[in-house]
Design a protein around this ligand. Structure first.
Ligand SMILES: Nc1ncnc2c1ncn2[C@@H]1O[C@H](COP(=O)(O)OP(=O)(O)OP(=O)(O)O)[C@@H](O)[C@H]1O
Length: 361
């Protein structure tokens, strides 16, 4: 518990034609819970359910000891009485109101006087560096300014929880950088639970304290951003954080991979022999050779064929088919020396200490 704020607890189930969402978790006061997932995973549906905008098939939502939704008990508090601050993807500012009145709107609708609402709204506009635009209407704002107004409007009501749906998605790359820095500051100062939806790995890493990964309406992994980046549970997350991920079974000290091949990992001690596991390998932990290395201290050595080369900022990513196939990062100098191209036969090597085998969550 932090100050006067308490957790947002939710156990929600939504059914809509082919789609089904089932999520149970809790955002603690002061915590930013990130919801990460591909398009169509159900992230917005979850936010709308919490906001009271999406009917549930089953479930219960409780904020600060107050039941907001309880399907079995027939409780459904309307959205405007949930004391939530919500920032939607497209901000949904009122086009006919000035910024001051946009930000003061929630306070007014809670019965606070016009003068007091305007004073408080002016405070928030100042905090978000928007004071000079107070009398403007939203139509004349840049994307970054509109985002900050939406955030000011959500925060001005002193919500008991904050819900943010892809708050930076509509911004260009440069604006995103400055608005992200502002958002980090505001979220750090926010004392109540916050839930932030994103499908951007960088946002997930810098803005959130804990992540809930949703795929096809199901929670596939939860943990801190660092834990998830280090030990992804699904191919979607592995791709997002840039790791090779394999499924397999530990047998006699090596992991036999489901897709063919085997890898020896040093950090498999938490696994029992015969256990199903996941194996993560950084693309930069694999070395490529055009000749079979005669003497290598690496415990893992296997052959493959180059299937593609992609220049990244400071290195070349090589896609190699084999057992197992892998993405391998090499320097431009190494690529030139090895003279790789599509179809080149190669040997891959990796040290056991660079390979992480862990239980499937
Ligand atoms: N109004 C609707 N009626 C019917 N199905 C819908 C509706 N809105 C969304 N869906 C479906 O529900 C599923 C979840 O959608 P949702 O918008 O929650 O996903 P999301 O994770 O937020 O995706 P995105 O990253 O694209 O915003 C998808 O299969 C989508 O096609």
């Amino acid at each position: 518990m932090s100050g006067d704020y308490a957790a947002l607890d939710f156990d929600v189930s939504v059914e809509r034609e082919e789609f089904r969402l089932d999520v149970c978790d809790q955002a603690r006061p002061g915590e930013v819970l990130g919801v990460l997932g591909p398009n169509g995973a159900g992230k917005t549906t979850l936010l709308r359910a919490l906001a009271g905008l999406q009917p549930l098939r089953r479930g219960r939502i409780e904020l600060d000891g107050m039941v907001l939704t309880d399907v079995a008990a027939g409780i459904q508090i309307p959205p405007e009485r949930r004391e939530l601050g919500v920032v939607f993807q497209n901000y949904r500012l009122f086009p006919h109101l000035s910024l001051l009145d946009n930000v003061g709107f929630g306070l007014r609708s809670r019965g606070i006087s016009r003068s007091e609402s305007r004073l408080e709204a002016a405070n928030w506009l100042r905090r978000l560096d928007l004071a000079e635009y107070s009398e403007r209407r939203p139509g004349r704002l840049s994307g970054g300014q509109a985002q900050r107004v939406a955030l000011a409007r959500a925060l001005a009501c002193r919500p008991r929880a904050l819900l943010l749906d892809e708050p930076l998605a509509a911004l260009d790359a440069r604006t995103r950088l400055s608005v992200r820095a502002e958002l980090v500051r505001q979220l750090r100062a926010f004392p109540a639970p916050a839930l932030l939806i994103t499908h951007d790995p960088l946002e997930a890493m810098v803005l959130t304290d804990r992540l809930l990964v949703l795929e096809s309406g199901r929670v596939v992994q939860t943990g801190t951003p660092a834990e998830i980046a280090r030990r992804p549970a699904t191919n979607y997350i592995a791709r997002l954080v840039g790791l090779n991920l394999y499924r397999g079974r530990l047998e006699r000290g090596a992991v036999r991979l489901a897709g063919g091949g085997a890898l020896v990992a040093a950090a498999g001690h938490e696994l029992a022999s015969g256990a199903n596991c996941l194996v993560a390998v950084r693309p930069s932990a694999i070395t490529l050779h055009t000749e079979r290395p005669a003497a290598s201290s690496a415990r893992n050595l296997w052959s493959g064929t180059v299937r593609g080369l992609e220049p990244l900022l400071d290195r070349i990513r090589v896609e190699v088919a084999g057992e197992p196939g892998a993405l391998v990062d090499i320097t431009a100098a190494a690529a030139a020396e090895l003279q790789l191209s599509d179809g080149t036969p190669v040997w891959l090597s990796a040290k056991a200490t660079d390979i992480d085998a862990y239980p499937e969550p």
